[in-house]
Design a protein around this ligand. Structure first.
Ligand SMILES: Cc1cc2nc3c(=O)[nH]c(=O)nc-3n(C[C@H](O)[C@H](O)[C@H](O)COP(=O)(O)OP(=O)(O)OC[C@H]3O[C@@H](n4cnc5c(N)ncnc54)[C@H](O)[C@@H]3O)c2cc1C
Length: 454
């Protein structure tokens, strides 16, 4: 599809500028409306988390858009999870088979700025900042937006509108009203708060930098990802209500007492614990499951607007980026009919984004609890051994999601079968030495088809 179009994208977060690069390459003219000021000119928060875990799907999309090299210049490889027990002992669990299978910690603000620069550089993308979309007319395809400095409202009609306006999408809200659908945002009872581990006096890291640190504590957890300036951003995932919860930790004394009891080896590094705990916002977490994703050939939801997921698999941004490459390939496959294109894209992506939403919730339980159990560790060892012995049939679920581009729905389907195989192989044994590999081979050949072509 190469006929030139006037396209509107709502949101210059992570997905909006990336999508615009792909559209601009096809000679379309794109205007992005972004309600925030230009973060390249003023010091503003990039919103949500300070850093993010980037993995294969996101890497592939950034490579396609020619921004990967710039992003990777400051990305920090994380080779595995470094688990911190309450007594201070630490254990390291590799993510993949070796150092070629790692995920990367990247700064959200830097990534967002690089994507905006790359969109600008196409010469076909205009980003209008401080422009908040305030209403849409789905029938006529018009968008009303208001300049946040002048208060002036404008009505814009575009041929096609892409809603990349995040989990609180105003376009999704309008579409739900239009279809008389229920609110599709399902809140988790847990929220998050970010805290900082500053660098040491020389600007160096005070904890192992090439790992994602986790303090798993059953019902909640603290994690830390490295930043390129020697700091770590910690995130406390914690109940909103109850005891303990964000609501119950309501004085500086309670916060310190709780952290000293539950995260004692983290406390010496959290130099500004109490002030950050009360100054930094408590963010909500949730999952968006909505349908349909498009209105005729006019509006299409993508990224978090269509399918926000909980952050426990580190896949929300990666999935939003994958949306852009999938849409780009639909543009290759399709004819001139954008309604068909939007329908094709939605049908392709929906099963996959539903699957990552579910796997992300399952991973929360794994990260905050199961990872400490010997049975869990044994299963991890068996998984890696099975992958080495039967690479064309068995890849651990985490690896399928993070290091491959196997569709998420297939990762989930195979993951369920693999979990049963692991249950059977690990029953009653304490070491991989005790495994009957002939039985393992039989189980795998009988229940897992070849990975070839996925
Ligand atoms: C705590 C936390 C940790 C996370 N960690 C990871 C991780 O490690 N790895 C990962 O892959 N994902 C992670 N995610 C998920 C990731 O942040 C999102 O999936 C990603 O930001 C989605 O990109 P998006 O462009 O769809 O939405 P956003 O990045 O939210 O961008 C939406 C943009 O739209 C703008 N906007 C909104 N409304 C309007 C309006 N009415 N008019 C104009 N503009 C508007 C916003 O200002 C924003 O710029 C995490 C999320 C959270 C909350």
């Amino acid at each position: 599809m190469t006929d030139e179009k006037e396209i509107l994208v709502i949101g210059a977060g992570l997905a909006g500028p990336l999508l615009s690069i792909f559209l601009a390459r096809r000679d379309h003219h794109v205007t992005i409306l972004e309600r925030r000021p230009d973060m390249r000119k003023s010091e503003i928060s990039a919103g949500r988390s300070i850093n993010l875990a980037l993995s294969e799907r996101g890497i592939h999309a950034l490579r396609q858009a020619d921004v990967l090299e710039a992003v990777m210049a400051k990305a920090i490889p994380m080779k595995g999870r470094l688990m911190h027990a309450v007594d201070g002992t630490t254990t390291f669990h590799r993510y993949g088979q070796d150092d070629s299978e790692v995920i990367y910690s990247v700064s959200r603000a830097r990534l967002n700025r690089l994507l905006m620069d790359a969109a600008d550089a196409t010469g076909k993308v205009d980003i209008l900042f401080d422009e908040a979309c305030t209403a849409v007319d789905l029938e006529n395809g018009t968008v009303i937006h208001q300049n946040r400095s002048t208060g002036e409202s404008t009505v814009t009609a575009a041929e096609h509108v892409f809603a990349a306006d995040g989990s609180g999408s105003i376009i999704r809200e309008e579409m739900e009203k239009h279809h008389e659908a229920e609110d599709s945002l399902e809140r988790l009872p847990h929220g998050y708060k970010e805290l900082t581990i500053p660098a040491d006096g020389e600007g160096g890291f005070r904890l192992e930098p090439n790992a994602l640190h986790i303090w798993p504590r059953g019902e909640y957890m603290l994690i830390a990802l490295p930043n390129s300036n020697g700091t770590f951003t910690c995130t406390l995932f914690f109940p909103m209500e109850g005891d303990p919860s964000f609501a119950s930790l309501n004085t500086a004394k309670k916060v310190r007492h709780f952290f000293e009891e539950v995260f004692p080896d983290a406390v010496p590094y959290l130099d500004n614990l109490e002030s950050e705990f009360f100054e930094n916002r408590t963010g909500p977490l949730g999952t968006v499951r909505c349908w349909p994703w498009h209105v005729a050939d006019r509006f299409l939801l993508l990224g978090d607007a269509a399918h926000a997921v909980a952050p426990f698999f580190g896949q929300g941004m990666n999935a939003a980026f994958e949306d852009c490459t999938v849409l780009d390939s639909c543009l290759d496959d399709g004819g001139a009919d954008w309604e068909e294109l939007f329908a094709l894209f939605s049908q392709k992506r929906k099963p996959d984004t539903d699957a990552i939403a579910e796997m992300a919730l399952e991973n929360y339980v794994e990260m905050r609890s199961d990872t400490a159990h010997p049975e869990f560790l044994l299963k991890k060892k068996i998984e890696f051994e099975l992958e080495r012995r039967f690479p064309d049939r068995f890849i651990p679920r985490y690896s399928m999601v993070a290091f491959h581009q196997i569709p998420y729905s297939e990762c989930m389907r195979r993951g369920r079968i693999q979990a049963e195989i692991l249950d059977e192989l690990s029953a009653g044994i304490s070491s991989t030495r005790d495994i009957n590999w002939d039985n393992a081979e039989l189980l795998i050949l009988n229940s897992l088809d070849s990975l070839e072509g996925l």
